[in-house]
Ligand binder design. Structure first.
Ligand code: TYD
Length: 132
């Protein structure tokens, strides 16, 4: 998979409260090596604003809502995430920002690699030159 896509997750509706899950390759197209989450984001703040050379991610709005903005070097696409039963698959080499966080929102991110600063491209012009 090399295109961003919204992936629906299993959803067990229950009067006691709903349940969704991710069981690695059954739901998302990679094996999970790392999970992190972003929370307590002050109004108006932007997270991300970088690309990964080879890392893939899957982003879920576990609570609240936010926008994931992806740029492929030519075009920008905005994905509004506001439910915990679907997420956005982000392939490698997309410039990705996260913004418009609602109060008390929680962004959960699954990645296929452990954290490594060398995976990051943090300069947009460098990123664009690599997509040409
Ligand atoms: P970073 O990915 O740069 O955040 P953002 O995408 O919002 O710009 O991460 C911020 C800092 O957190 C980074 O300097 C190192 C640390 N960090 C880890 O140690 N492990 C991780 O898995 C992540 C995502 C970040």
């Amino acid at each position: 998979m090399n295109q961003p896509s919204i992936i629906q997750l299993p959803k067990f509706l229950d009067p006691r409260g709903n349940l969704s899950f991710i069981s690695e390759e059954d739901q998302i197209p990679f094996k999970i090596a790392r999970t992190y989450w972003i929370y307590d984001v002050p109004g108006g703040e932007v997270r991300g604003a970088h690309a990964y050379k080879s890392l893939q991610e899957f982003v879920v709005a576990l609570s609240g809502s936010f926008d994931v903005v992806l740029h492929d070097g030519k075009q920008e696409h905005r994905f509004h995430l506001n439910r915990s039963y679907y997420g956005l698959y982000v392939p490698k080499m997309y410039w990705r920002s996260m913004e418009n966080f609602s109060t008390n929102s929680v962004a959960m991110v699954l990645a296929d690699k452990v954290y490594e600063e060398n995976e990051y491209i943090r300069d947009f012009e460098t990123f664009q030159s690599l997509t040409k």
